[in-house]
Design a protein around this ligand. Structure first.
Ligand SMILES: Cc1cc2nc3c(=O)[nH]c(=O)nc-3n(C[C@H](O)[C@H](O)[C@H](O)COP(=O)(O)OP(=O)(O)OC[C@H]3O[C@@H](n4cnc5c(N)ncnc54)[C@H](O)[C@@H]3O)c2cc1C
Ligand code: SF4
Ligand code: SF4
Ligand code: SF4
Length: 398
């Protein structure tokens, strides 16, 4: 690892995952990011002193080794739940069950924190995102729903006040980069006290969102807001005009499967799909019973004692409803994530053999073990196809 260099190594290799951590820590403001394009961060080489700080916090180039190596598919979990916000309005407007929003609102109203760092649709550029530090429940509620486009969540760490307390909401890679920032700048550990992670399969580029809009032929200038999820579960993709009226809506899974499936290079190598280093991780309960009318539910993983205590506090204050579930149920609901996790070591080793660029990982026995597991899974699948084809042929002959 060349610590005297900067994040140009990550961006040139296409391994940036747009967390914004490099921007947050650069001591000489040499890094610029553009939240309105798919471009990677740019380093002003005239300003850069090659201190290496940006590279130390880059989980695009240096992901945590742990999620690739361990046998457990979900990382540390103290308790797993399925649950939802007891505020019907929050629940209905959220991506899943509204836990991210309810937890943030509670932390603020109870005075446990002063702000939450989170993402929302950009108020003045409807097709793009912005990261805010919300200090009121109203601001938190303006961030409801998932945004399936780049977000650079960590870049806002640069703006925090060290005398205050914050929660941070982000994808698994955002949480990994946050951890790295806290290692490089330990004085921030006292300020960012809760890490709430959301499950993540991949984050599409802005290009994918633009394609949806282009496909339906709307003039971008007349769009005031887009919503990827919300209005029940799994929710609706909606386009709002300048009067706030809905001019287009489609079920979210239709938009996801038609336009948002293109996986960026770096996401392909990702092995942390459930935010293993967060205090609490939140996901969708795919393949589980849902009452569509009332809104959705969350899969909730309490990973740290602090996270578990926080969930208990919300239950005791009648703000959320939660029922414990087994890890097997979590695994069944998140099959596509776990399939991706299982194949990550295989993809990295294969790319290395082909001399392609990959994130930096120590190649060890664990990685080879995970790769072997994935190869045996693929062999079994091919065998199953042959078996089911030949039994079909047998039936046809009969
Ligand atoms: C790109 C992406 C991919 C996902 N893939 C999966 C998946 O495959 N399987 C699964 O079970 N769950 C996935 N999720 C998580 C799921 O969509 C919900 O975000 C999660 O269940 C929390 O729901 P909620 O109702 O508690 O959130 P809400 O109460 O609606 O709050 C959503 C929170 O997520 C934050 N957020 C939204 N978009 C982003 C973003 N791009 N980056 C960082 N933070 C963001 C918002 O700021 C807000 O705080 C994904 C989310 C995203 C953003
Ligand atoms: S000055 Fe340091 S942190 Fe900033 S770009 Fe250069 S190497 Fe990175
Ligand atoms: S720190 Fe984050 S935003 Fe910066 S280059 Fe690395 S992955 Fe990209
Ligand atoms: S798949 Fe992994 S790298 Fe890609 S956005 Fe999600 S958490 Fe980040």
């Amino acid at each position: 690892m060349v610590l005297s260099d900067n994040i140009n190594i990550a961006t040139k290799k296409g391994l940036c995952l747009r967390c914004g951590a490099c921007y947050a820590v650069c001591p000489v403001d040499a890094i610029s990011i553009d939240l309105t394009t798919d471009n990677y961060p740019i380093v002003d080489n005239l300003l850069c002193t090659k201190c290496g700080k940006c590279l130390k916090v880059c989980s695009g180039m240096f992901p945590d080794q742990q999620p690739y190596a361990q046998k457990s598919l979900l990382g540390t979990v103290l308790n797993a739940y399925i649950g939802f916000s007891n505020d019907a309005k929050i629940r209905r407007s959220s991506a899943s069950g509204g836990l991210a929003t309810s937890i943030s609102c509670y932390l603020l109203s109870a005075g446990i924190i002063d702000g939450v760092i989170l993402v929302r649709g950009n108020i003045s550029n409807a097709l793009r995102n912005e990261v805010i530090i919300a200090s009121t429940s109203e601001e938190v509620k303006s961030c409801q729903g998932s945004r399936y486009s780049p977000a650079y969540v960590c870049h806002r760490i640069r703006n925090i006040d060290m005398t205050k307390r914050y929660a941070f909401i982000g994808k698994p890679c955002d949480i990994q980069s946050l951890h790295k920032i806290l290692t490089v700048c330990p004085e921030l550990s006292k300020a960012v006290i809760y890490k709430i992670g959301i499950f993540c399969h991949h984050t599409p580029n802005y290009k994918s969102t633009d394609q949806v809009i282009d496909k339906f032929g709307y003039n971008k200038e007349f769009i005031s807001r887009i919503q990827y999820r919300g209005d029940g579960w799994p929710g609706y993709f909606k386009i709002f005009d300048n009067n706030g009226d809905v001019v287009f809506q489609e079920k979210y899974p239709v938009i996801w499967s038609k336009y948002l499936l293109k996986i960026p290079k770096r996401c392909n190598f990702c092995s942390d799909c459930t935010a293993e280093s967060a205090d609490i991780s939140l996901g969708d309960p795919w393949n589980m019973p849902q009452e569509n009318e009332g809104g959705g539910k969350n899969i909730i993983l309490a990973r740290s004692r602090k996270g578990e205590d926080l969930i208990r506090l919300l239950i005791d204050n009648n703000l959320i409803t939660c029922v414990k579930i087994s890890l097997i149920q979590v695994l069944q609901s998140s099959k596509s994530l776990l399939k991706k996790k299982n194949s990550a070591a295989y993809k990295i080793i294969l790319a290395k053999i082909r001399m392609n660029d990959t994130p930096y990982l120590k190649i060890n026995l664990h990685l080879f073990f995970n790769m072997a597991k994935h190869i045996s899974y693929r062999v079994k699948r091919i065998k199953n196809i042959f078996v089911s084809n030949s039994s079909k042929k047998d039936k046809e002959l009969v």
